[in-house]
Design a protein around this ligand. Structure first.
Ligand SMILES: [Zn+2]
Length: 426
């Protein structure tokens, strides 16, 4: 299977990219494939992209997805008159609506483009010439109109700029973090159902260690509102997959394969810090926002492709090329950027939680060696949704002096760090 979030690098397959974030396969007779979420959806940066491929979101729609409207209180007024109020029907989260409408928008663009082409071909030659002349005479007006439309679009985007927590980075947020919380609630239900038979008991030492580490990370980072406002919970999934991911609502999913891959509690703290960083930074909403804008622009391009290509087969080829270029130029580089940011912020979270920050780069070094030993094929980073292990190691190693200088490991508050987990396991 794949290490969706933490280990993304290596392999690339042209087969998929939105919410479940690249990785490595581990032979598993009980293959567990994390349910695709949002762009990356609701899951963390990695839970959205699977092996660099965007997987389809399977929202829990249908009966039971949303509670049916319940009759509201009946107010008794004058005899013979009753006032009924109904509980407000629960609307689907905006990101989910967008995900559901996405294929329809694409289909509409294809039909529109194809219709324009058919209409143009059916026009008499003299009418085509007249239309060309009409466009030529008004070319400056048309250019001015396009310019105004682009300025309006740019202004609309500017009104959706937001400041990333912790890093202060300016970013585009079309979907708010709150909206993604709603979607996360639906997604976590779907995951719980999918992993129901594989969840490790809460009394299991493995669950207890992860639970205490996550709560310890949360407790030591209470100064960050996005940490203190979330109820963090842990779900350990029995699977050899070297993977972990977190949902925006603080539900951390980690596979037992990951627990076996980390060398010690410090590395595990770093891995969990990385996952929590995705949620704290709202990477799911940010990635979905960029995807939303790129998709809207793609609709214009898609219409033009289907209008300009003389045959449907050529239009399909053009659409495929446009889709791949969009992934390589926007989706994957942006996903790698968010992974790098989660590495850095996760390291900070782990440092404040008393972990030895040197475990961060060492972890990625181990993953690099592991790849070499297993002989798994690797692909260039530019094809992947995740940075290469080597680059992740290099980045963390570069910031190590600054982070280590501020680490709390040697403070009196941290002396019981290891003891805490030793006593948990025994
Ligand atoms: Zn990640």
């Amino acid at each position: 299977m794949v290490l969706l979030c933490v280990l993304g690098s290596g392999r690339f397959s042209l087969a998929a990219a939105s919410l479940t974030r690249a990785a490595r396969a581990v032979h598993d007779t009980r293959r567990v494939s994390p349910r695709p979420l949002l762009p990356a959806g609701v899951a963390s940066q990695s839970s959205v992209l699977n092996n660099g491929r965007r997987t389809a979101f399977r929202p829990p729609v249908g009966p039971g997805a949303a509670s049916p409207p319940r009759p509201g209180p009946v107010l008794r007024g004058q005899p013979g008159r009753r006032f009924h109020t109904s509980a407000p029907a629960r609307a689907l989260p905006a990101p989910l609506v967008w995900l559901l409408l996405k294929p329809l928008q694409k289909l509409a663009a294809m039909i529109l483009g194809r219709s324009i082409r058919k209409w143009w071909v059916a026009l008499p030659v003299d009418r085509r010439q007249l239309l060309r002349e009409w466009v030529r005479r008004r070319r400056w007006r048309l250019a001015a109109g396009s310019g105004v439309a682009m300025v309006i679009a740019a202004l609309l985007l500017l009104t959706h700029l937001d400041e990333s927590p912790v890093t202060g980075r300016t970013r585009l947020l079309v979907f708010s973090r709150e909206k993604y919380m709603e979607l996360a609630a639906l997604t976590s239900e779907a995951y719980m159902e999918e992993f129901a038979e594989l969840l490790v008991a809460v009394t299991d030492p493995r669950h207890q260690v992860v639970e205490r580490l996550v709560q310890h990370l949360a407790q030591r980072n209470q100064d960050i509102p996005e940490v203190s406002e979330v109820t963090w919970s842990v779900h350990v999934v029995q699977s050899p997959n070297v993977n972990a991911f977190v949902l925006p609502n603080g539900k951390v999913f980690i596979f037992t394969g990951m627990l076996e891959a980390v060398a010690d509690v410090h590395q595990l703290t770093f891995v969990l810090g990385h996952e929590m960083a995705h949620a704290v930074l709202g990477h799911s909403a940010e990635q979905a926002s960029l995807s939303h804008v790129v998709d809207l622009l793609s609709l214009v391009l898609l219409t033009a492709i289907w209008a300009a290509c003389p045959r449907d087969s050529l239009a399909l080829l053009g659409q495929w090329v446009q889709d791949k270029l969009s992934q390589l130029m926007f989706s994957r580089p942006f996903s790698r950027k968010l992974e790098n940011e989660a590495d850095l912020v996760g390291l900070q979270l782990a440092a404040k939680a008393c972990a030895d920050v040197r475990a961060g780069p060492v972890f990625w070094q181990q993953m690099e060696i592991r790849d070499q030993l297993t002989g798994d094929p690797t692909f260039p980073e530019w094809l992947s949704t995740h940075p290469s292990h080597k680059n992740r190691f290099t980045q963390l190693d570069r910031v190590m002096p600054q982070v280590h200088a501020h680490t709390h490991t040697r403070s009196s508050n941290c002396r019981s760090f290891l003891f805490l987990f030793i006593t948990t396991v025994t």
